[in-house]
Design a protein around this ligand. Structure first.
Ligand code: ZN
Length: 203
């Protein structure tokens, strides 16, 4: 399986990182080796002093598709989840400055937290999903899917022009504002529409 991530999909997050608003979705990939094993802690890697959490709504693809039209995109997923796109912000800034690809900053081992998935019918209106990230009892990120610049179905259509989507692939749909640094012993808890999707300990 592959993990396809969308960058810069929420205006306020674009502003907080002082990025330019893109004309098309920003896409990058993570390999399957980036997945943090279930119930395992996240270990801060030795190559970064500035690992950020980014909580994101996830979409799990349920069948093969290429050149998917937006109006048919809803047939390609049954489940929605929540995860974290861990980012080595110091490395990423360095790579960005040099115009280099972001993989070292975004695709390292453990950088993809994939929490529980929920049947989409259970979640109700997918254009109005509330999600939060809590760090040590404090809510640090609070998002709603209606604030996405490109919605899930638009993303599936766009992404499938470049990459054949396969069953089991996961799309990370971008993070809202409030990203920040993690430190040893932090506990990160994600919820979507009030349901707990993951709990991660940082080491
Ligand atoms: Zn992200």
């Amino acid at each position: 399986m592959k993990i396809i991530c969308i960058g810069r999909n929420y205006t306020k997050h674009i502003e907080e990182l002082q990025n330019e608003k893109p004309k098309e979705p920003v896409i990058f990939l993570k390999p399957d080796s980036a997945i943090l094993a279930k119930n395992q802690p996240f270990f801060i890697p030795p190559f970064s002093n500035d690992i950020h959490y980014e909580v994101e709504v996830l979409v799990k693809i349920n069948k093969v598709g290429k050149y998917i039209e937006e109006k048919f995109a809803h047939k390609y997923y049954d489940e929605i989840g929540l995860g974290i796109d861990f980012t080595a912000r110091d490395l990423q800034n360095n790579l960005k400055d040099k115009g280099l690809p972001w993989e070292k900053a975004k695709a390292f081992d453990g950088s993809a937290v994939i929490g529980e998935f929920f049947p989409k019918e259970e979640l109700g209106n997918l254009l109005d999903l509330n999600f939060t990230l809590q760090k040590n009892e404090e809510i640090v990120q609070k998002g709603n899917s209606k604030m996405m610049l490109w919605k899930v179905d638009e993303l599936i259509s766009y992404v499938s022009q470049f990459f054949t989507l396969k069953k089991g692939d996961v799309i990370f749909t971008g993070t809202p504002e409030g990203v920040g640094k993690v430190s040893e012993n932090d506990i990160l808890i994600g919820t979507i529409n009030g349901q707990k999707a993951f709990e991660i300990k940082v080491k």
